[in-house]
Design a protein. Structure first.
Length: 588
């Protein structure tokens, strides 16, 4: 039985029907808490688990939603739905400001900024006269929907769980979409994502804002559930607890948010009763116990408790429903022999070190050029100058006549230059097909909201059809449903080539594609590259393996100590005493 397909709808139906069943009120209350917490943890799954960004300040966004609800309905007697708009609007603005300041920078800036935001908001809420200081705002009315009073029990449970389940569905849809693949790519570092045309800053901001919105909605519901708000539930400590739920449940799984919220809420209650009995005194000891539990869980299940549930829900192959999908738009390809890439006296200095010293070479459409040289010769730096990963110190790179030096990688990708990486960069937990479809990012345009509402299926089919076509082109179509992380290095490198081809490039740059491959894998790779050349593709190959390059390329540029030592046919390079000396390290 396709367990996975039925498990989630069944879970949804059970949770929504719970109030109609003879379940004690105590458990309905617990379930409301779990639904509210899961909404916040869901945002953290996207933010921390999927995009690799850490926020300690989600409780403050919950506070924004809760205070907006309380202030608007109690002090201004306004509609709760207007309060929802205000709460979400404020959370979006705060997330945009925080994100715009911190998300361009890597490292610890975002976590620190979210701590500062959490603390600032907590003290603001606690010190503002008009927000009731630490006593907060009392007497929040209950919610009315179509004239029906939801109260604080069974009625509200339905609304909380309907929103939480819809949010989970939206997030699951998002993760399985064009923007979702871009968000997943962000976690592995910006270089690969940007090379596939993804604006990493934009998608980080999207996820940060989405997580803030989910938290604010949870806060808005919380106010009508508690019927009073004060700063305590929105402290930085609670922010850490939300993170705890996401990590414990399974930080990269949508449903892990629900599991984490349930485990933390139920264990917290039990511990509050049990611990004073066991140790004879009360205090916040449950936090210490949680810390220990977290360490133990992460030691045995680094992906959280969801790992244990996922074992019962085996992964299914994606149904192949794209057979009739029309092809994606393709760019005009240059005619064979047309000038494509001109590297004109490019220079790169790292402090006092001149890594690339006024190097020039040219590549025409249909060429297969090798860039070789001993360790530290400056090949990778040249490669990174061409692909926009590094900025030029001097010189210029021209693409079909246009100066592209200084453009970001994604703009260079947009113009038709695609690349692979010396150390394979992929999303191991996605399938081969999905990894390759990431290469088609710039050829689609479906945005986050459309993806969450599943209005992107036509475009998705076109992207998967293209991804399968490129996999077939390099002979890897039979592995398309495998997880990319399960492939050996050889097929992983081929997958990277398919992903680069999926961008519809006019020039393919390969960074040491043969490194670490076994003899047979090298032969398979060489066959693929020859076939691509025969199909008219232009290639620039940075390579260490002389034998591999000699048998494959039309022309070779040899670098040594950052300069261009010579350029010629493989035979000329092989015959050159200067090249031999450079490789053997002797004087010439
Ligand atoms: N980010 C950096 N900061 C400082 N120095 C760097 C940086 N990147 C490269 N270099 C230096 O620039 C020189 C050229 O390095 P590069 O990696 O381009 O050589 P390579 O020919 O690709 O070598 P390999 O074949 O070992 O990869 C080396 O001396 C290297 O140490």
């Amino acid at each position: 039985m396709k367990l996975r397909r039925f498990a989630f709808p069944l879970f949804g139906v059970i949770m929504l029907a719970l109030p109609a069943l003879p379940v004690p009120d105590f458990w309905i209350t617990q379930a409301i808490y779990i639904g509210l917490y899961a909404l916040v943890a869901l945002g953290l799954v996207l933010l921390t688990g999927v995009a690799g960004l850490t926020s300690f300040g989600q409780a403050a966004f919950v506070g924004v939603g809760a205070y907006a609800a309380a202030f608007m309905t109690v002090k201004l007697s306004a509609s709760p739905w207007l309060a929802l708009l205000l709460g979400v609007g404020l959370a979006v603005c705060a997330a945009l400001v925080l994100g715009a300041i911190t998300l361009r920078m890597s490292g610890h800036y975002l976590p620190l900024a979210t701590i500062a935001w959490g603390l600032a908001l907590y003290y603001t809420m606690g010190n503002m006269e008009w927000l009731g200081k630490y006593d907060g705002i009392l007497g929040v009315p209950t919610l009315q929907v179509f004239g029906f009073d939801l109260g604080t029990g069974r009625g509200l449970h339905v609304l909380v769980w309907a929103i939480a389940l819809l949010a989970a569905l939206g997030c699951a849809n998002l993760l399985d979409s064009r923007p979702g693949r871009a968000i997943r790519a962000v976690k592995g570092g910006a270089t690969m994502a940007e090379a596939m045309g993804v604006s990493t800053f934009r998608y980080k901001l999207v996820v940060f804002v989405l997580a803030a919105v989910l938290a604010a909605v949870s806060g808005w519901l919380f106010a009508f559930f508690q019927r009073t708000v004060n700063p305590t539930p929105f402290s930085i400590g609670k922010g850490i607890e939300y993170l705890f739920m996401a990590v414990l449940g399974g930080v990269s799984h949508v449903w892990g948010a629900f599991l984490g919220a349930a485990v933390v809420k139920l264990t917290d209650d039990q511990l509050q009763v049990l611990l004073p009995k066991l140790i004879g005194t009360s205090g916040n000891f449950e936090t210490i116990v949680f810390g220990i539990v977290l360490v133990v869980v992460l030691k045995y299940a680094p992906d959280g408790l969801w790992t244990f549930v996922a074992r019962w829900l085996p992964r299914e192959d994606r149904p192949r429903d794209w057979a009739d999908a029309p092809a994606l738009p393709a760019r005009d390809k240059p005619a064979r022999g047309q000038p494509l890439l001109q590297v004109d006296a490019v220079r790169k200095e790292f402090g006092g070190l001149v890594a690339v010293n006024d190097v020039s070479f040219e590549l025409r459409a249909g060429d297969l050029v090798g860039l070789i040289g001993p360790n530290g010769a400056g090949k990778s730096t040249t490669f990174n100058l061409v692909t926009g990963v590094l900025s030029l110190t001097g010189g210029q790179v021209r693409w079909r006549g246009e100066a592209i030096g200084g453009l970001p990688s994604r703009e260079i990708a947009r113009r038709g230059i695609s690349r692979t990486f010396q150390h394979v960069k992929m999303i191991p937990e996605m399938t081969v097909l999905e990894n390759v479809a990431l290469g088609g990012h710039l050829r689609g345009q479906c945005g986050t909201v459309r993806a969450m509402l599943r209005m992107d299926r036509v475009e998705e089919k076109r992207l998967f059809a293209e991804a399968e076509r490129q996999l077939a082109r390099i002979g890897l179509a039979d592995r398309m449903h495998d997880l990319a992380g399960n492939l050996a290095l050889g097929p992983q490198r081929l997958m990277e080539i398919a992903r680069a081809l999926c961008t519809d490039p006019a020039l393919l740059l390969l960074d040491e594609p043969a490194a670490g491959l076994r003899h047979q894998e090298k032969q398979a790779l060489a066959a693929v590259l020859r076939q691509l050349k025969d199909e008219g593709m232009s290639l620039l190959l940075v390579e260490h393996d002389m034998e591999f390059v000699m048998g494959l390329t039309d022309r070779i540029v040899v670098m040594e100590f950052g300069t261009r030592l010579m350029e010629g046919t493989p035979a000329e390079v092989q015959a050159s005493p200067a090249v031999r000396a450079a490789y053997l390290g002797t004087e010439h």
